[in-house]
Each structure stands twice: as C-alpha cells, then as structure tokens.
Design a binder for this molecule. Sequence first.
Ligand code: DGL
Length: 274
Amino acid sequence: MKEYQPIGVFDSGYGGLTVLKEIVAKLPEYDYLYLGDNARAPYGPRSFETVYQYTLECVEWFFKQGCSLVVLACNTASAKALRTIQQNDLPKLDGSKRVLGVIRPTTEIIGNFTKTNEIGILGTNGTVQSNSYPIEIAKFYPDIKVHQEAAPTWVPLVENNEYDTPGADYFVEKHIRNLLAQSQNIDTILLACTHYPLLIDKIKKYVPEKLSIVSQGKIVADSLSDYLERHSEIESKCSKGGKISFYTTDSTQDFDNHAAVFFGKPVKSTHLHL
Ligand code: DGL
C-alpha cells in the first residue's frame, strides 16, 4: 500500500471543515485530504450541471491523490452530483473507489430528534429545490412532515467572514422566521448545509429554546465510522498516519486565516488550480 492514501473530504468552501473536525475527533488515526473549492463557491445558486461538473472535477482530483474514499461534506453537491457520480462516473473511473454524501446519513436518523414529527430544513437553494430531504426522509420516516426554507445569503456570509457581524443577524432572523411561519409544530431544525453551523450563535438567538437544532458533523462522523467497520475492503486502503492536508482553489492566506477558526487548529493550505 502507498504510504499516504487519505480519506478525501470535499466542500465548496469552508463548510466541510465543520464535518472534517468531527470526523477527525471520531477517527483520528486516518490520514485526511480536505479540498475547499472556495474560488467557485457558493455552489448553492448554481445549476445541476455546473455543480455536477465542479464536483466531478474535484472527485477526480482526489482519486489522483490516492484517495479510495471521498466524502462530499456538502449538501448541495450531495443533492445534485452524488447519485450521477456514483452511478455513471465511478464505474468508468475506478469501480473500487467510493464517494459518500451527507444527506443519507442525516435522513436515516433525523426521526430520532422529533416528537411532533414536523421538521424544518434550512439549506441552500440547490438543496431545497432538489427536494432531496423530503424525498429521502419519506423513505425512512413516512409520517414526518418536512418544511423547507432556502437561506441563500448564509453561505456568502460565512465565505466572506461576515458570519459574526450585526449584518448577519438580519438574514439569519429572516430565514428562521420564514421557516417557523410554515408550522407551529416544528420541533426540530436541521442545518442542511455544512456552512450553517458557523452561524450557530446567531441561529440560537432566533430559534425558541424548546426546539432542537441539528448539525451534521457528528452524524456524518458516526456514519463514516460505521461504514469503515462494515467495509474492510475500503478501510484497508485508507492509510493511518494522522496527517491532514488542506487544499483550496482560492487564496491560501484567506483560507488559512478562516479555516483555523472553523477547524479549531492552525491550518496551512496549498493552492490548487483546477
Ligand atoms: N456547504 C455547502 C452545503 O452543505 C455549501 C453550499 C454552497 O456552496 O452554496 O450545501
């Protein structure tokens, strides 16, 4: 086995770091390779075709770096690109490699959080318009009623380091109000965009305390751990050196400054030109 065969973790920008952080906490022994496509973020407003093309390009790059397993730590990419990549591209590229997303692990267990059986989903335009969450949740929990609200301004707030400013309050409050106006019975709000946990302090300000707010980081980490246990043919190909490498398609200086805050540790990234 080659020395460095990391698990790939992908996002359009910084959001996937909220997932990587939890994955590393749960599975510190593996090597990881993170790619933020910051230069082309946000993915949320882009067409199906564009998100698919960008995501596929990044997945191919991960494969060239020696990854046998790539986690799309991005709901928009998971909603718009994952299935096509799994069904059409993987068999052609390398049928022994795997690409996983964040929607399935979340929908599998979302029913554990709600008592009223009414859930609110906050996501990007792309994720909400794809209807992936209502469709997938119905497979596991046909009785759960799903309400959705797109919060397209939240990703740019995070990508531009404005998530902690008074200006962010206006947009956070607006989308939470719109979501909760859909039903008084919503008792669980799912942050179905990996960027949104970075706005958690503001989100908590506008969500009544009795509601549960669910982020995906821990859910995806637990699901990955379970996946590796069940798939020894993939697990055995992932190297264990505890090394984490970061790549960004935009400025490394900006990435390092922001990522360190989101990841909780100093980050030194390398620029990738796609
Ligand atoms: N973190 C991505 C997600 O979970 C962000 C989307 C974007 O780039 O708009 O959907």
